[in-house]
Write a protein that binds this ligand. Sequence first.
Ligand code: PAF
Length: 280
Amino acid sequence: MEVYRDLAGLRAALSEARAGGRDVALVPTMGALHAGHIALVEAARRPGTLVVASIFVNPKQFGANEDLSRYPRKEVSDIAMLTDAGCDLLWLPPVEQMYPAGFATNVSVSGVSEGWDGAARPGHFDGVATVVAKLFNQVRPTRAYFGEKDFQQLAVIRRMVADLDFDIEITGVPTQREDDGLALSSRNVYLLPEERQKAVALPRALGVAARAVLAGTDPAKALADATATLTAAGFTVDYVALVDAETLQSDPTPGQRRQLLAAARLGNTRLIDNLAVDPL
Ligand code: PAF
């Protein structure tokens, strides 16, 4: 796997690959890779495709009191994992390359960015949309892959791609989970052993709520029950919501696919998860 840290080198390598007839697929990440990221690389791999992963811990998507400085950085093991997964090229830009002095542009996607994590983490999705737009312009992929674990992020990126005419096919890859159901996340390393044991209550509560809604329970009651279960398990709940899977508006229109979204804190760790309610 080739590793590039400067934009000129990256662009030259990509031009050469395109001239050789390869198309380019992008897997954007913030590193501290786990099996969920590797599933994205595997989904991106196809004959004739150059698979590019990026690792950039994007300061613009962290709030002032969030975990930017302690976010796990594991460059050596990340490179080994990507190489083993068959990734062809790694884009590892330094922060000065992404945000040089004088950088003044913000990409903001209204509507779908505003509720849920957008409300709990002001500015977060502007940071995500801005860096993903930059990565798209730097790499110019024909396809890009994102985890469904960050369900609202995926909806924001789909909206941005449609609105700004990026000619890029966006694929959401199903959430990868531990054996007990906890969604894989780079932030799971923050969990203390007793918190890790409690964390499984989050996917379980979503499963119970999804089954209740499908069985005809009033959604408000199912959401209140999930919140109570999580609180009893030791979580501080930011939100548990039932939304339209495309617009992320609450009170989904009948006939539209519904998704449960949740964010809750255990000690110093904020976990998010989501679950489709309606069978495909
Ligand atoms: O999901 C992530 O890891 C990040 O939000 C992304 C999409 C790489 C943008 O920084």
